[in-house]
Structures are given as structure tokens and as C-alpha cells.
Design a protein around this ligand. Structure first.
Ligand code: N01
Length: 556
């Protein structure tokens, strides 16, 4: 428990140096939008950001090759038509530097930077019952008090590095893709290892293959990687995008997972083998997630249908990769398409045709330990100058679990969530009044900013309602939380009940409870529920006035 210094004779929490109505943690896509919405709604607002710049996930994941795999213009903000029209994304799937530039542009354009404190990592956040406020401690010793605490800390913000024996004794350089340094990393002429072949691994491999002397890819699970099919956005396309702003927004708002792609209207075996092959070719050449969202309607429901698509991809891999043994290793054998989050990349399989690239299947020859100069598997030691961990994240709950959050009665959030997250709408949990976490567990299963934006809008409207009705304490009903969480778990178990072995269920982190961490119900369902809640005066949220004389209302 944090010792907040000072006296608390007036019912105010002790020792808080700054008061603010809405304190946002994290200046990523969700936190920036929450800052904007809260400020526009007339609240005093401050943002604490651990990094030295804005972007959150898109700040930390600056590894070579990092880019969107949702279309840029569907991932950026849609709250301002002017912003949409004035920012011309360079590519259909833009790369990290452009994404970071865009987010900086947004922050400056809407004058949000003055609300953000950089280099400020939250180490503890405790609910102070007598005042109905949150006391927040920041690394370095400062403390703030907030009426409302909004943790926009993201789902992919805590990197996972496996506990490989001897890792600390490795004398070369080590990096995690999710904590890539801002200063350039010189890989030229070096013997580089990439461990992990998820979305990050398949992006970094082709991006660095041309500069390194030797590249060893350590693969545990082969993934169904397909081409991203990226391209620059032409001037004609730019003009069309600008003209179609409203219809783009409408389509995204009614799409189950926040994409522009149209669903297909045929099932796999409606087509004969020749038609099917032509359709799969079309899918293979389609942009990004279209291979999932516009594929045959039974792709995720009929194992036979799924096997047909997987067979097509396997054939493609065999056609691209010259060495048949390597090609076979790159073809997943243990899961269907969609069971893990499918990665999209450019030139990933092609990289294995380079003479200086080696694939090590760590299921066949497991990693035993790291030596001072390399990685030892059961097949022997490979020497490396640099090891890149593309080994994923403590997904969903990782950041919230590390913020030292304590609610009513000093109950730690990690205790409340010992069996996995329990939430209502993915925005609040019972026993933690005035704490919200849009874009956290039980948020998106699709294009993240679209869902997260819905949640930010909802949280802001909820706070405005509370203020307009003279309330200062907002807490969701425990029974509603139970019902919502049961719905999440039920949906996760229903066909297509994919992902039990993936990070969707926390399966990548040793000891983490296996519980679905997303919301598979889709965005229209979320919209319908939100509309009903708003129409019912925000029930099942409970409201109470702020204890007298305890307003955290200074301007930040
Ligand atoms: O992480 P991952 P990621 N020994 O967890 C392997 C988003 N994203 O950073 O599958 C050896 O997917 C692990 O193996 P296995 C996107 O949502 C988006 O790549 O657990 N290997 C796996 O291969 C994505 O889904 C973009 O058997 C080990 C890999 O490491 C999410 O971020 C780009 C290991 C981790 O894959 C996470 O992607 C990048 C060990 N001990 C990321 N431990 C876009 O394009 C783990 N692995 C927008």
C-alpha cells in the first residue's frame, strides 16, 4: 500500500499535489481521445504517460517493419471530419513512423499536449472512500488526486519475455519488439536471432533480412501468415476517401468488427473446386483482414471449410519457400485459420529463401538456455550478436495488474480479478468506483480504435450524466458485472470457439488464469446495449453525490 503523505483532517485524501476531475493514464490512441472528449465536455483533465511521447502501443512498438494491418483510414480517428480530410495517409497500411507523426499531429491540432505529463509511470492508484476520489502515485514520488481515473493503458502494453535460463548472462544486445529503442539499432552485418513468429515476428523478419549477416528465426508455433498487400494511396484514392467520409464512418459503425470489408455471401462448398481456387486467389491478393472478414461465410464454423483455405495457404507456402523441409515447418499443423490471430506480412516466407536465414523449430529442438554468446537448443548452440524477442505481451490485463490499483476496502484489483477479468461493458468493475478502463479487457475483437472509441464516448457521457445530476461517485452494480462477464464467457465458448490456446485467453503467460480477454459479441451489439443503458438513465450504474467539500476539480 502506498503511504500518501500529509494530513487528511478535511475528509480529503492526504498528500495529493494536484487535483483533477479526470485523470487519464496512457497517451495512446484511446487515452488521447479520452483526453479530448473529457476536455470538450468541460472537465479538468490530465494525462500521465510513461513514455516520452504520445502513441502508446504505437510509441513503444517502433521495431523495423511495424505497421498497421487494418487500413490506415479505418484505424485513425473519425470524430473530426476536418482531421480526416487534412491527414493524407501515405499507405493503405501505414508504417509506425507515420502513425506516430499522425498521433502527434492530433495532439497538437487539438491542443492536448499541455494536459499530458510524459515520463510519468503510475505505480499505485488507490480509491479513497471518504472523498470518493483516486489517489495516484507516480514513479519518482509525485501524487495526484482525481475524481475519475481512466486507465487507457491498452491491451498490448506489457511485453512478455520468456524466462529462458541464462538470459541475463547473454553478452550481446537484446530487444523486445514492444520496447524498441528510439535511438537507431544497428543490425548491419550482425548475427541476429528473432524469437517468435506472431504478427510482430513476421513483420520484423522481412524488414531486417537485407541488412543482417545472419538471421535465425526461432519458431514455436507456425502461423497462417498471408500477404498484407499494402500499397501507397494514390491521389485519386485520397480524393475518394475524403468524399466518402460519412459513408466510411457509417460502414465502420455497422460492421461487426470495425472494418470496411464486405462479408461474402457464399459458403465454401457452394463453389466447385475451380471457383473456390479462383476465390482463394482473390482472397490471397486482397488487403489485410479481408481474408478473414470477406472469406467464405463458413470459414470459421465448418472445420472442412477451414481446412480447404488452410490447404490453399499451405500450397502457397510450398510454392514460395524453395527448401521443402523449411516450407513444411512453416505450415501450421496444430491449429486452424483464425484460431490464433492471423498475421499479415510482406515478404515473410520469401525471406527463408535467403542463404543467410535459418528457421529453428523449437518444438523439434527446444531452447535449453542462453549462453554468453548465443542460444542453445537441443540441437546445439547458435551464436548471436543480437536477440530480438518477438514473444508477445501479457495481453488484456497486464498493464492494469501492474498499476497497484486498490478499490473499496483496499481490495487489490489483481485479487478481484484473480480468476480473470470481470467487467461491465469492458469499462468498469464493481468495487472500484470512478475507475474506468476503455480499451482494456473485454474491449475489442476487431479494429481496436473503433471499439475503444465507443467505450470512451460511453464513459464520457456517463460522467457528464453524473455531473449534470449532481453526482460524483459512479459504480457499476455487481450483478450486472456478473451477467456481462458470463455473456463474454458464453460467447467465447460458442462456435467458432477459437483461441483457447492463444493469448486471447491468456494462454501465453505462465500461471495466468485462462479466461477470454476480448468481447466477441461485435460492435453493433455493443451499440445496442449502450443505447439501452443511456435510455435507462445509465442503469445498472449506481450514482451517489461526492462527499461534501471533496471535489477534485482544479484545472489541470
Ligand atoms: O505476439 P504474439 P506479437 N519460445 O503473442 C512466441 C498485435 N500486433 O507481438 O504461438 C519460443 O502474437 C509465440 O509462440 P506461440 C496483434 O494483435 C499487430 O507478435 O505462443 N517462442 C508466438 O509465435 C498481435 O496479435 C501488428 O507458440 C515463443 C510469438 O512468440 C499482437 O499484437 C503487429 C516463446 C508471440 O506472438 C501480438 O503480436 C504486431 C518461447 N518461450 C502486433 N514465447 C499489426 O500489424 C512466446 N513465443 C497491426
Amino acid at each position: 500500500m502506498v503511504e500518501f503523505s500529509g494530513a487528511a483532517g478535511d475528509g480529503r485524501p492526504p498528500g495529493a499535489e494536484g487535483d483533477v476531475e479526470v485523470l487519464v493514464v496512457g497517451a495512446g490512441i484511446t487515452g488521447i481521445y479520452q483526453c479530448y472528449r473529457a476536455r470538450e465536455a468541460g472537465f479538468s483533465v490530465a494525462v500521465l504517460e510513461a513514455g516520452e511521447g504520445v502513441g502508446g502501443t504505437w510509441y513503444w512498438n517502433r521495431y523495423p517493419g511495424a505497421r498497421f494491418d487494418s487500413e490506415s483510414y479505418t484505424y485513425g480517428y473519425l470524430f473530426s471530419r476536418e482531421l480526416f480530410e487534412e491527414w493524407e495517409w501515405q499507405e493503405h497500411f501505414s508504417a509506425q513512423p507515420e502513425i506516430e507523426r499522425y498521433l502527434n499531429h492530433v495532439v497538437d491540432r487539438f491542443d492536448l499536449r499541455r494536459h499530458i505529463r510524459f515520463g510519468a509511470r503510475v505505480t499505485a492508484a488507490e480509491y479513497h472512500e471518504p472523498s470518493g476520489t483516486w489517489c495516484v502515485a507516480v514513479d519518482g514520488g509525485s501524487q495526484l488526486r482525481a475524481r475519475y481515473l481512466v486507465a487507457a493503458t491498452g491491451v498490448l502494453s506489457v511485453p512478455h519475455v520468456p524466462d529462458v535460463p541464462g538470459r541475463g548472462g547473454f553478452r550481446g544486445e537484446q530487444y523486445h519488439t514492444g520496447r524498441w529503442p528510439r535511438t537507431p539499432v544497428d543490425l548491419a552485418g550482425k548475427r541476429v536471432a528473432v524469437v517468435g513468429t506472431g504478427s510482430s515476428g513476421v513483420q520484423i523478419v522481412p524488414a531486417i533480412v537485407g541488412e543482417v549477416a545472419e538471421l535465425t528465426v526461432y519458431q514455436r508455433t507456425a502461423h497462417w501468415c498471408t500477404p498484407l498487400n499494402n500499397a501507397p494511396i494514390t491521389p485519386d484514392e485520397q480524393a475518394r476517401l475524403r468524399a466518402e467520409f460519412e459513408s466510411i464512418r457509417r460502414t465502420l459503425d455497422t460492421s461487426p468488427h470495425g472494418f470496411l470489408h464486405r462479408a461474402h455471401d457464399r459458403a465454401t462448398f457452394d463453389d466447385d473446386p475451380e471457383e473456390r481456387r479462383a476465390f482463394y486467389e482473390k482472397m490471397w491478393n486482397s488487403p489485410g483482414f479481408m481474408k478473414l472478414t470477406s472469406n467464405y461465410t463458413d470459414l470459421l464454423f465448418d472445420p472442412e471449410a477451414n481446412a480447404q483455405w488452410c490447404g490453399f495457404i499451405a500450397e502457397k507456402i510450398r510454392g514460395i519457400v524453395h527448401d521443402p523441409v523449411t516450407a513444411e515447418k512453416l505450415i501450421p499443423k496444430d491449429h486452424r485459420y483464425g484460431e490464433h490471430r492471423p498475421p499479415f506480412a510482406t515478404g515473410y516466407y520469401e525471406a527463408f529463401n535467403e542463404p543467410h536465414v535459418t528457421l529453428v523449430d523449437v518444438r523439434e529442438t527446444p531452447i535449453v538456455r542462453m549462453t554468453a554468446t548465443g542460444i542453445e537448443t537441443t540441437a546445439g548452440v547458435r551464436e548471436h550478436d543480437v536477440v530480438i524477442w518477438a514473444t508477445g505481451f501479457d495481453f488484456g490485463t497486464g498493464a492494469l495488474a501492474r498499476m497497484g490499483i486498490r478499490g473499496r476496502g483496499g481490495v487489490p484489483l489483481v485479487e478481484h480479478w484473480a480468476d480473470g477479468p470481470r467487467t461491465y461493458l469492458g469499462v468498469q468493475t464493481a468495487g472500484f468506483p470512478n475507475l474506468f478502463f476503455p480499451g482494456g479487457p473485454h474491449a475489442a475483437a476487431g479494429n481496436n480504435p473503433r471499439y475503444n472509441g465507443d467505450q470512451v464516448d460511453f464513459v464520457t457521457d456517463l460522467l457528464v450524466y453524473a455531473r449534470d445530476h449532481g453526482f460524483g461517485v459512479v459504480e457499476v452494480d455487481a450483478a450486472a458485472e456478473e451477467e456481462w462477464t458470463a455473456m463474454i464467457d458464453r460467447n467465447a465458448a460458442r462456435p467458432p470457439s477459437f483461441g483457447a490456446a492463444s493469448y486471447y485467453f491468456g494462454a501465453n503467460i505462465p500461471g495466468k488464469p485462462r479466461r477470454y480477454l476480448l468481447n466477441a459479441a461485435g460492435r453493433p451489439k455493443l451499440h445496442a446495449m449502450i443505447a439501452e443503458i443511456v435510455a435507462n438513465d445509465f442503469r445498472p450504474f449506481r450514482f451517489a453525490p461526492a462527499p461534501a467539500g471533496t471535489g477534485a476539480d482544479a484545472t489541470a
